[in-house]
Ligand binder design. Structure first.
Ligand code: TYD
Length: 132
């Protein structure tokens, strides 16, 4: 499984905590795009696809949600519930995001600009991807 948690710096402070990330130090790629998912109604699922070349770093900036990561042979669930944990996903991993808490905010840093042709949205196609 080529997905793992990157721990980000955390400055605990009675005035409120602070975390940050730097592309060179904490992100395993050059950031080309950032998007965020918010106002997710209870029970909804996002994702349900893989990318051919895009790398991603996913952070639960607020609230919590689960990311189910599937490499075609093994599935792993990463529960993101701290704003100083980032989940790094290499290309070729099927991901589903679910169990969003109320008011959760998912920040996603991407290595590429948006390209629909980089998506694999069919699970069977995903299983065959890279096999030939
Ligand atoms: P999609 O990636 O399928 O959402 P999910 O995170 O649930 O898998 O994107 C949903 C829609 O938003 C899709 O029509 C494409 C559009 N979109 C963009 O135009 N730009 C982006 O950067 C992203 C992430 C999505």
């Amino acid at each position: 499984m080529q997905a793992y948690i990157v721990q980000l710096p955390k400055f605990e402070d009675p005035r409120g905590n602070l975390s940050f990330l730097e592309e060179e130090n904490h992100v395993p790629f050059m950031i080309e795009r950032v998007y965020w998912i918010y106002d997710v109604p209870g029970g909804q699922v996002r994702g349900g696809h893989a990318f051919k070349i895009q790398k991603e770093l996913i952070i639960a900036l607020s609230g919590s949600f689960d990311v189910e990561v599937d490499d075609g042979s093994e599935k792993q669930i990463f529960s993101l519930n701290r704003s100083y944990y980032a989940l790094y996903l290499v290309p070729g991993l099927w991901r589903r995001m679910q169990n969003f808490s109320t008011n959760s905010l998912a920040l996603v840093l991407c290595s590429t600009s948006f390209d629909e042709t980089d998506y694999i949205r069919d699970y069977q196609e995903f299983l065959n991807f890279g096999k030939s």
